[in-house]
Structures are given as structure tokens and as C-alpha cells.
Design a protein around this ligand. Structure first.
Ligand SMILES: [Zn+2]
Ligand SMILES: [Zn+2]
Length: 496
């Protein structure tokens, strides 16, 4: 994810609306072996109460204070957990899954912990850029094979994508998991994708073990998803039907924040724009009137966008750079390129913002007489966190791992947002210990992503997601809630 400076919040941090403890207590135990429907099927007259959608509500309710010298190690005030304090004081502390299933999943992950730590450090110490993650591809696919999965290397026509699956019994649902692998130019794993990588591996192997031990029919499919940083690997995989068979999909992402916290908040929708001005070269002193200055066009566009920014809503972001070839001070530049990213809280606001930004590019072309070409890659959508999955994850990590869960969003973006539009999905943003002002995409975060403390935080989240994923496979009623939450969100986003 690419991160941004702080945005002032216009909403008070608070609880997830509709979070209903009593309803959670009423849920039946999920230890029954699943005998009902798989994804896509409908369920008789079951009425699922579903909480108000929270994280993917269409606007950033509040954003994580970023930078500003916040010392997360000592700042325990914000943001609050969205579970009421009494939740931790009564018997709701007991999770819904059968105790033996929990024991199986936790014991498996405790056993895998040293191996996952080694893998994480290997990936951390061999940073690879988008679509060049060959080392990570190889060691992760070897790991999955060693743990009894059927592995497809170089999946879906992408050199560094991979897929691994395991099926127990017949029928049942399909749990999807994602592992990211790519790093950033010059600063290595400054987005902590080495932690995301092992989180996915851990979820998949732990759920496989629980399916076998407790004889629950179902399938686990994990995708190694390359090229998250700016090139949308998951969007390509979506286009190539890699997610088609999944009933839900899970992953998690590290970031700064209060120690022991995680967020089910949303992220921005984002659109990359590649703009090229073509002008006419001329001697800058002898005959400047013969030239058409592409650099001028780029500078005018840049300035126009800077002026536009002050009339934009505070949760929008527009940022970019200017580049050129063979520029010299005594020649009118005949070429200039700009790369911009426009971000907004949701797809609709993004579309509106894009029109205004395009106007700046066109205006600069008109004023300089240059030609302009605007190319756009597929957009990253905002995260539509599934509220049922989010509540279940929260219940698990709050009750068992002393974590807090909030709904504070981020102005950063992820290609997993597109996945959340297609199927019920969850992408918690969890905190790892960071230096002051050392958030994602800084060298300090690279260091943080390699620490033992970051690994410990990752393993807690991995356990919470594995428990959540297993419940999707083992509990028909819960899966109905997940589906209902997805449908409710579809309506919510259609109304935007
Ligand atoms: Zn990033
Ligand atoms: Zn990232």
C-alpha cells in the first residue's frame, strides 16, 4: 500500500454501529460438521441479522494519524476498540468455535512459528520488485508443497504468481487466502509484505490441519499475488478468474498504530494516470517561437492540479511527478511525462475527481499547443470489509490475543479493494511496533518489518484469521451472515 500524510478527521472515532454482543452470544456452536450449502447456494428461510456495514462504508470515518510524531508505544488513547469493555469481562470471552478446533489451529501455528519466521526474514532480506518476486515465489511454493498442498507455479500467465490448494472430503465451501510478496525500489520491504506473505501461508496450513483433524469438508485456496505496489497484480488475477471458486478471501496488512491493535477500516480507491505531452523542439534562444514546450505543459498541469487541490474534499489525494528525456536548458523540450495517482474514499468520488484532474491536463495542452495522451491502468477500489468476517476476526483476536480492533481507515490503497467488490473479504490493517514517523514506505518501516515484535503481531493476526476462515468452512449459519453482509454492502455501494 502506498501511504499518505495525515488527514484531519471530521468524524469521532467510535464503535462499529450495530455491533451486537447479545446476538454474538446467541450464535450456535460451530462444532457441527458442515452438511449444508456451499457458496452461491441460497438458504431457505434463514434470516441473517447483519450489522451495519462499517469499514467499507464509503467514506473514511476517520484516518490514522500518520506521521505527526505520534509515539505509538506510549499512545494508548486512540483509536478505541469497537468492542464494549464488558465484552472482555463476561463469558462472551469464550469464542464460538469448538475449543478443540481452536487448540488445533493455535497449536499448528505455534509449531509453524519458527519456520514462518525464517521464511519472513528470507523474503525481507531478498526484496524483489513487482512481478519480479522469483525468490519469494520459489520458497513459498516449496513450503506449500511440503505441507501437502497441490501447487501451481507461475500461475495465470504471471511468472511470479502461484496457487496452492488443498481439499478435504467432498462438498463444503472454499476459503481463499492471499499472500503478497513485492517490495519497493530502494527501500526494500518498506510495506511489510514479507509479513503478509507468511500470514497467508500460516492461515492456509492451519486451516488445512483443522479440516483434517476435525473431518470438516472444505477447500483452501491460497494465491501468491505479485505486484501489489502500483501495478495491480490482483486485478489481473481477478480478470483471469483466479478468485472465481472462492467463497470468501482473507489477508492482512501491517502498518503503524497502537501496539496490539488492528483495524477493519477502509482504504482509498486509487487511479494511476500516465500522461505524455508531445511538443516541438527548437533552439531556446535563436528561435524559441518555433517550439512547442512540453515541459511548460507539464508544469502548467502540475500547477493547475496544485490549485485544484485546495478546492478538493480533504479525503481526496492527488500526487504525481514530472519526468522527461534528453532535456537541456538551451533546447525547448519536445516531450514530458507525468505520472499521477488520484485517490478518493470510494469509486464514485474517484470518478468525479478524475474528471477534474483530466481537465487540468487538457487545459495545459491547449495553452501550450502540445498534444496530450492520457493512459489509465485499472483503478484500485476502496476496501469493502465484510462486517460479519470483521466481527468474527475481532471476537477472536480480542478474546484470545489481547488485541483491540477499531475501524480507523487509511488513505493508502490496495488492489485487494477490487477483490472485496467481487466476493466477501477481509483485510485487517494491523499494527506492528514502528519508530516515530516511521510508517509504511519509509526505511524505518523496512527495519520494523524485520523485527521479532512485528512477527509476533503477525502471528496473532494469522491465528485470528485462521479461526475466522475455519468458521466460514464449518458453520453454515455464519456463512449465511457473511453472504448477507456482502449483499448489504452491494446495496450500500450502489447507493453512493
Ligand atoms: Zn505499500
Ligand atoms: Zn503494502
Amino acid at each position: 500500500m502506498s501511504q499518505r500524510p495525515r488527514l484531519e478527521s471530521d468524524a469521532k472515532p467510535g464503535c462499529f454501529s450495530g455491533f451486537n454482543l447479545a446476538r454474538l452470544l446467541r450464535r450456535k456452536s460451530s462444532s457441527d460438521v458442515d452438511t449444508c450449502l456451499r457458496g452461491g447456494d441460497t438458504v431457505g428461510d434463514q434470516k441473517s441479522e447483519v450489522n451495519e456495514l462499517t469499514g467499507g462504508a464509503g467514506r473514511h470515518r476517520n484516518l490514522l494519524p500518520y506521521g505527526d510524531g505520534v509515539d505509538w508505544a506510549t499512545n494508548f488513547e486512540s483509536p478505541p476498540s469497537y468492542c464494549p469493555p464488558e465484552y472482555l469481562l463476561n463469558d462472551a470471552k469464550m469464542p464460538v468455535l469448538d475449543a478443540e478446533i481452536i487448540k488445533t489451529i493455535e497449536a499448528k501455528l505455534d509449531g509453524l512459528d519458527p519456520q514462518l519466521r525464517v521464511l519472513s526474514l528470507k523474503i525481507h532480506d531478498h526484496p524483489e520488485l513487482a512481478f519480479k518476486e522469483t525468490y519469494a515465489h520459489d520458497i513459498m511454493t516449496d513450503f506449500m508443497e511440503q505441507h501437502g498442498f497441490n501447487v501451481t507455479r507461475h500461475y495465470a500467465g504471471l511468472d511470479t504468481a502461484w496457487r496452492a490448494e488443498y481439499t478435504f472430503g467432498r462438498g463444503g465451501r472454499v476459503l481463499g487466502v492471499n499472500s503478497e510478496m513485492d517490495a519497493l525500489p530502494g527501500i526494500g520491504h518498506a510495506c511489510g509484505h514479507n509479513l503478509i506473505a507468511i500470514c497467508g501461508l500460516g492461515i492456509a496450513v492451519a486451516v488445512k490441519t483443522a479440516l483434517e483433524v476435525h473431518r470438516v469438508p472444505g477447500k483452501v485456496v491460497i494465491l501468491g499475488t505479485p505486484g501489489e505496489e502500483g501495478v495491480g497484480g490482483k486485478i489481473i488475477l481477478l480478470e483471469r478468474d483466479a478468485y472465481k471458486a472462492m467463497d470468501v478471501c482473507l489477508m492482512a496488512h501491517p502498518g503503524p498504530g497502537p501496539i496490539g491493535s488492528s483495524s477493519n477500516g477502509t482504504t482509498s480507491a486509487a487511479q494511476s494516470m500516465y500522461v505524455e505531452y508531445s511538443g516541438k523542439a527548437a533552439h531556446a534562444a535563436a528561435a524559441p517561437w518555433e517550439g512547442k514546450n512540453a515541459l511548460d505543459a507539464a508544469v502548467i498541469a502540475y500547477s493547475s492540479i496544485s490549485a485544484l487541490r485546495q478546492q478538493m474534499k480533504p479525503d481526496l489525494r492527488v500526487h504525481g511527478i514530472i519526468e522527461g528525456s534528453n532535456w537541456t536548458a538551451n533546447t525547448i523540450p519536445d516531450n514530458a511525462r507525468l505520472t499521477y495517482i488520484v485517490r478518493a474514499p470510494n469509486k464514485k468520488d474517484l470518478a468525479d475527481a478524475l474528471e477534474r484532474v483530466k481537465g487540468c491536463f487538457w487545459g495545459a495542452a491547449a495553452s501550450t499547443g502540445c498534444k496530450v495522451k492520457i493512459e489509465m491502468h485499472p483503478a484500485y477500489y476502496d476496501l469493502r470489509q465484510n462486517s460479519a468476517l470483521g466481527n468474527e476476526f475481532a471476537r477472536n483476536v480480542i478474546s484470545r490475543y489481547d488485541m483491540t480492533v477499531n475501524d480507523v481507515g487509511s488513505a493508502a490503497s490496495t488492489d485487494f479493494g477490487n477483490v472485496t467488490y467481487e466476493l466477501p473479504s477481509l483485510h485487517p490493517l494491523f499494527a506492528i511496533p514502528t519508530e516515530i514517523n516511521g510508517g509504511n514506505h519509509t526505511p524505518a518501516f523496512t527495519k520494523s518489518a524485520g523485527t521479532k515484535e512485528a512477527h509476533t503481531a503477525t502471528m496473532k493476526v494469522t491465528k485470528g484469521l485462521a479461526l475466522t476462515g475455519f468458521r466460514v468452512l464449518s458453520d453454515c449459519n455464519f456463512f449465511d451472515e457473511v453472504k448477507a453482509a456482502f449483499e448489504a454492502d452491494k446495496k450500500a455501494r450502489a447507493a453512493l
